[in-house]
Design a protein around this ligand. Structure first.
Ligand SMILES: [Mg+2]
Length: 425
């Protein structure tokens, strides 16, 4: 049996980060129900006090004003959130150079060996990081300390807000018993449902499945998670500094208003493709999507959803938009614009994992989009696009000057799987 700390990995996660930044800027907001999202017309983040009043993510601002009139609703301030984020990374780097900037409010730190340098046990170092973040930034962070990234992430989720949880080598088994499978890093709702069907309901059920079964039935990323749950150190930290964007948006106003569902959806599809292209350029992934339709009367209809895994593939987003488009579209209205905002941005190399062949499909898609991006770079934007964007891009005058505009199919059964090859001028 190895000692308690073969490696010492800390996961640090900001509690209600955007709202906490607002409260840190203006302490009078402390203890009040605060919502961020006035500029988008929906709640993007809220304080625990606002949550207690029933405010949920994606709730329209007009509705919040009606049901919780005491709520303070603020616009997003991405510049200051980025600043707080940078300061968080800087503070953590005082304790170790091995810091992975995982997202705007999360990082991993490898403090292995630092107990000798700093002359204190790992638990004290991790606690001191949390206290320094609190005293210098005025923000609460939940901190988990364990022997690898998967277990450190489980630890930081155990108690919130301002939680501190240690999972050393001997206590791994006990913690996994109380961790439901959907709280395991990399397991989205869809995968959790598949695992439930196999009788795997907790992280412990997964970890205690025989290695031979795991190797036979699960894709490589899941095999790696399984090894981390045994206490091994598999997932390295990416210690390169990451671009600190909070969201990527793409909006387009139509030349004339339209009540044609096919056209409006197509315009949305083109925006999603454009936003995903920006994501890939920045080497980022998203898992939070907000789309809107704007009517002739300047009313906004929003649809917000969380993706089962982070992606930069427009098809993953369009699959959900396609299913839920009727929630925002009404054929009695005329629309003048559509838009999309992608948030929850993460570096592309920390892609969450998926099960049952999904990893292979995603690998193939990555290769396809790598080549699409190369072609776009060579011949201009929208050289190749999804067939679902065709109507909108045709509207922008697809002219191929006599050359053949080819439409070919990646997956004949799926409308969204079609790609159109054409030159937009
Ligand atoms: Mg957080």
């Amino acid at each position: 049996m190895p000692n308690s700390w073969p490696r010492a990995i800390v996961h640090i996660d900001g509690d209600c980060f955007f709202v906490a930044c607002e409260v840190a800027k203006n302490p009078k907001l402390k203890g009040r129900p605060v919502v961020v999202g006035a500029d988008r017309g929906i709640a993007c983040a809220m304080s625990y006090e606002a949550k207690a009043l029933g405010v949920t993510r994606g709730m329209p601002v007009g509705w919040i004003r009606k049901i919780c009139p005491s709520t303070i609703i603020l616009p997003e301030d991405p510049a200051s959130y980025t600043l707080y984020s940078r300061r968080m990374y800087e503070i953590v780097r005082r304790y170790t150079p091995e810091v992975e900037e995982y997202s705007i409010d999360e990082c991993f730190a490898d403090i292995t060996g630092m107990h000798r340098v700093l002359h204190k046990p790992y638990i004290e170092i991790a606690k001191e990081i949390q206290q320094t973040l609190k005293s210098e930034l005025g923000l609460d962070f939940s901190v988990g300390l364990s022997v690898n990234k998967v277990l450190a992430k489980i630890a930081s989720k155990k108690r919130k807000p301002n939680g501190f949880t240690v999972i050393d080598w001997p206590s791994i088994g006990d913690y996994l018993k109380t961790t439901s499978i959907q709280n395991l890093w990399g397991v989205g709702g869809q995968t959790a449902r598949q695992l439930y069907k196999l009788g795997i309901k907790t992280a412990s059920d997964f970890a205690t499945t025989a290695g031979t079964e795991i190797a036979k039935n699960f894709s490589k990323p899941y095999q790696e998670i399984w090894h981390e749950l045994q206490g091994k150190f598999i997932f390295l930290l990416n210690t390169k500094s990451q671009p600190n964007k909070t969201s990527i948006s793409k909006t387009k106003t139509f030349g004339t208003t339209s009540s044609d569902q096919h056209f409006v959806y197509s315009a949305l599809s083109a925006n999603i493709e454009g936003a995903c292209s920006k994501l890939r350029k920045s080497k980022l992934l998203t898992d939070k999507v907000s789309i809107f339709l704007k009517t002739q009367q300047f009313e906004y209809y929003h649809l917000d959803f969380v993706l089962p895994w982070p992606t930069a593939n427009p098809k993953d987003i369009l699959d959900i938009c396609h299913q839920r488009f009727a929630e925002v579209f009404s054929k009695d209205k005329k629309y003048r614009a559509t838009g999309v905002t992608l948030s929850g941005l993460k570096p592309a190399n920390t892609e969450t994992l998926n099960l049952f062949g999904e990893a292979i499909r995603k690998e193939n898609n990555k290769i396809i989009y790598h080549h699409i991006d190369l072609l776009d770079h060579r011949f201009g934007a929208n050289t190749i696009f999804l067939a679902s964007s065709l109507s909108a891009l045709k509207y922008q005058k697809i002219k191929d000057e006599g050359s053949s505009s080819k439409i070919f199919s990646l997956n004949k059964k799926r409308h969204l799987g079609l790609l159109s090859l054409g030159k937009v001028t």
